[in-house]
Design a protein around this ligand. Structure first.
Ligand code: G6Q
Length: 546
């Protein structure tokens, strides 16, 4: 492992990559494929039902060797073991990072502070399953005796994005008689629209908040309480219409939710890593406990792959190293995630939090400012829709945008030729990005000389292809775990803490000062800059005249 006082950029492994980059940067994917006819089969890995094709990356065997040497020097293997073991690798919050324990099989042992946490995980899963079954079967009745027909998860950030994404992704497996909705924004529109047309007597709220103090969630939870009680007219109704998912029993009780109706988790589960903890209660209610268990098994299969496969055959490790290759050597600033599956429409939004909240950091673990780029910007939309909008830039713009394509062999909703057309598109995109179209090819098609530059595609634009047989709960778990561990790999190389979020904590405090300034009856004394003061005064005038 490199001495920790040696800057990453000074390590021999980094310098070897920098020198190698100078040699390979001009090499075209056309040449790499021409030189090795087996490349498209050789540079693939299968694990946990996923097929990963990394042949269309601007790498050769030497690049991979050097990237793997970088990982070895960063002690990636030891870092992985430390995470799985439950070491307090989240050093700024002094916490273990054990989302992998959430999907450990019953009977496994993971000891934190002398205590095996796996039985606790399964005890919570059992309580969740019991509750989910009762709601799904109509046995959990509302205050007036009516069955529950709508479930609303109130949460934000890590307590919302995972549940929303998983519900959308697994909607095919969901109990259609139940209406599932999600409220996150403090904008009252979110709550108002989510509850429109719902009967409070048939609506169950899951208030999901690790801390149970988050402004948006508590504001929405109080509005939900008022909405329920306004219709049901009895404080006792709260017990039938509200359950909580939290680590903070005291605040849950203060809100009026019976702690018997609380599902807990632990400080070693980060918000953005919590979709398979009790935060997934809405997912479990939607798809049922068996499907939820299958999803956890998918996560666990990739956990085991990441923990045990040699780094050279380790999908998340390679994904992470390729991200570093483009981010730090090619200067790419973003990664596009392009699922060719309508059910994965919220997957890019989910990944934005997972990747950017984890690796949007500018200091190393010991507090030194980095002198290299860290986490790239993640973005994306489902194919084929994106093809008719921003793909133009990926094909012909001046920015290098590595892409992750995700697709499935089988459609969940077979309909005529739709699936063949979908898959033809995703395969064609990867091919076009890699190989482009030369001026000679364009002219041979009869394009006049003046138009040829506009119709030429340079190619050499890298992409990964991730395929699976079909989108199942297990596949979704495996996919999410891939990205979790790719993010981990990147953080380990950059020597940053991927598990804190001080920027988010700042956001939670910022508005607190301004709220009373907006609501004060008389013009308050304000210690802000002139723009902020003018904006506050402008809003106060509008508010007073409304
Ligand atoms: C996730 C972040 C953040 C968090 C939300 C909600 O890693 O910490 O997105 O999940 O701010 O926090 P609570 O669950 O405490 O309400």
């Amino acid at each position: 492992m490199a001495p920790s006082n040696q800057s990453l950029l000074e390590t021999p492994q980094w310098q070897a990559l920098a020198a190698h980059y100078q040699r390979i940067r001009g090499t075209h994917l056309r040449d790499l494929f021409a030189a090795d006819p087996a490349r498209g089969e050789r540079m693939t890995i299968e694990a946990a039902g996923l097929y990963f094709d990394y042949s269309k990356h601007r790498v050769n065997d030497e690049t991979l060797k050097l990237l793997l040497a970088l990982a070895e020097a960063a002690g990636l293997r030891d870092r992985i073991d430390a995470m799985f073991r439950g070491d307090r690798i989240n050093v700024t919050e002094k916490r273990a990072v054990l989302h992998t324990a959430l999907r450990a099989p019953r009977g496994a042992s993971i000891v934190v502070d002398g205590h095996n946490v796996v039985p606790d995980v399964h005890a919570t899963l059992d309580r969740m399953a019991d509750f989910a079954r009762r709601v799904r079967a109509g046995e959990w009745k509302g205050h007036t005796g009516k069955r529950i027909r709508a479930v609303i998860n109130i949460g934000i950030g890590g307590s919302d994005l995972g549940p929303v994404m998983a519900y959308e992704a697994l909607r095919h497996y969901s109990l259609r008689e139940l209406t599932m909705r999600f409220v996150s924004n403090v904008d009252g529109t979110d709550f108002t629209e989510a509850t429109r047309n719902l009967d409070p007597a048939e609506t169950l709220f899951i208030v999901s908040s690790k801390t149970f103090t988050t402004l948006e969630t508590m504001t929405n939870a109080h509005s939900a309480r008022a909405w329920s009680l306004n219709a049901l007219g009895d404080e006792k109704a709260v017990a039938r219409h509200f359950v909580a998912v939290s680590t903070n029993a005291a605040e849950v009780a203060k809100f009026g939710i019976d702690t018997n109706n609380m599902f807990g988790f632990w400080d070693w589960v980060g918000g953005r890593y919590s979709m398979d903890s009790a935060i997934g209660l809405s997912t479990m209610i939607a798809i049922g406990p068996e499907n939820f268990t299958a999803m956890l098994a998918g996560f666990h299969a990739i956990d085991e792959h990441f923990r045990t496969a040699p780094l050279a055959r380790n999908i998340p490790a390679l994904m992470g190293l390729l991200a570093i290759w483009y981010n730090n050597f090619f200067g790419a600033e973003t990664v596009a995630v392009l699922p060719y599956d309508q059910y994965l429409k919220r997957f890019p939004a989910y990944l934005q939090q997972l990747t950017m909240e984890s690796n949007g950091k500018h200091v190393t673990l010991d507090g030194a400012t980095v002198n290299y780029q860290t986490g790239p910007i993640f973005w994306g939309e489902p194919g084929t829709n994106g093809q008719h909008s921003f793909y133009q830039m990926i094909h012909q713009g001046t920015k290098l945008i590595p892409c992750d394509f995700i697709a499935f062999d089988e459609a969940l909703n077979p309909l005529g030729r739709h699936h063949d057309l979908l898959i033809a598109n995703v395969i064609a995109q990867g091919e076009a990005l890699a190989f482009g179209k030369t001026p000679a090819q364009v002219k041979a098609e009869g394009t006049p000389d003046w138009l040829a530059p506009h119709r030429t595609f340079a190619g050499n634009r890298p992409s990964s292809m991730i395929m699976a047989r079909r989108l199942t709960p297990a596949t979704l778990g495996a996919l999410v775990a891939l990205y979790e561990h790719s993010v981990f790999t990147q953080g380990a190389i950059w020597r940053i803490n991927s598990f804190d979020q001080w920027g988010v904590e700042l956001g939670k405090a910022l508005a607190q000062k301004i709220i009373p300034e907006l609501e004060a009856p008389d013009d308050p004394a304000m210690g802000h800059d002139s723009s902020t003061i003018a904006l506050i005064r402008r809003y106060r005038r509008a508010r007073q005249s409304a």
